[in-house]
Design a protein around this ligand. Structure first.
Ligand code: ARG
Length: 253
């Protein structure tokens, strides 16, 4: 009797964890246009379309969940989500805690500030209030330059809030990914913003899809990503969002 109960319990346990037909939950922070943002209540963006193509190629069933940024990383660690796509930069620090797909997009931080601002480089941010999204590479770059204790770096839960702080005058500048600040400045001419590029102080970065350490899905996703890059699907999606040809060579490094 006890034996059969135990067998039942064991079977029950198995069927609920990780069958091949189970949907993967992919986390994102849908407040980072044009990569992932909400439009009419739906998550849309370059990352969303790329993920769809990759998962189709990999024959993986998934659903995208708007977790927010910081919770995305805790959810990856607790394996409540099985992957994350969110313009996430692959770096050594994160590689200690997560696995990453091969790179799918090149990026660099830029400064967003008001038109007529004296800020022309990262050096000019000294003594100025600067907003970032908490835990991003923008924050890391500023901390590297001005020290971790710098109280002038204001951290917000989302990049949307970091930009709002600039518009309302709480801060003098925002540091975030180039594509995001360029797009924001272009789409909001009434806000009278300008973008500052500083290639001596900011470094080139690459986005990857993040996984919990040791994930068995990484290999399938890498293979599918390689395929969609090689067969033109990636280029098609890229051109839809960015209106220019991608440089596929930089992704091969
Ligand atoms: N690429 C930067 C990083 O990894 C910022 C990404 C923010 N992404 C987002 N969906 N809010 O730190």
């Amino acid at each position: 009797m006890l034996g059969s109960l135990l067998t039942l319990a064991a079977c029950g346990g198995k069927s609920t964890s990780g069958g091949p037909s189970e949907k993967l939950v992919v986390g994102t922070d849908a407040a980072y246009a044009p990569f992932e943002y909400l439009k009419d209540g739906k998550i849309v963006g370059f990352d969303v379309d790329l993920l769809k193509a990759v998962m189709k190629e990999a024959k993986l069933d998934y659903k995208l969940k708007n977790t927010g940024w910081d919770p995305l990383f805790t959810s990856l660690q607790s394996e409540q989500v099985q992957a994350g796509i969110s313009a996430i930069t692959i770096n050594d620090d994160r590689k200690k805690s997560y696995d990453f797909s091969s790179p799918y997009f090149e990026s660099i931080n830029k400064i967003l500030t008001k038109e007529g601002s004296p800020i022309k480089s990262v050096n000019d941010l000294k003594g100025k209030k600067v907003s970032v999204q908490n835990g991003t590479t923008g924050q890391a770059a500023l901390e590297k330059k001005f020290g971790k204790e710098n109280t002038n770096v204001k951290k917000y839960d989302s990049n949307v809030l970091a930009i709002q702080a600039l518009i309302s005058g709480e801060v003098d500048a925002v540091v975030a990914d180039n594509t995001v600040v360029d797009e924001y400045a272009k789409n909001n001419p009434d806000k009278k913003l300008t973008v500052v590029n500083d290639k001596t102080n900011f470094e080139s970065e690459f986005y990857g899809i993040a996984f919990p350490k040791g994930s068995k899905d990484k290999a399938k996703v890498d293979k599918a990503l390689k395929k969609v890059i090689a067969d033109g699907t990636y280029t098609k999606i890229y051109k839809q969002w960015f209106k220019v040809e991608p440089n596929l060579d930089v992704l091969k490094k």
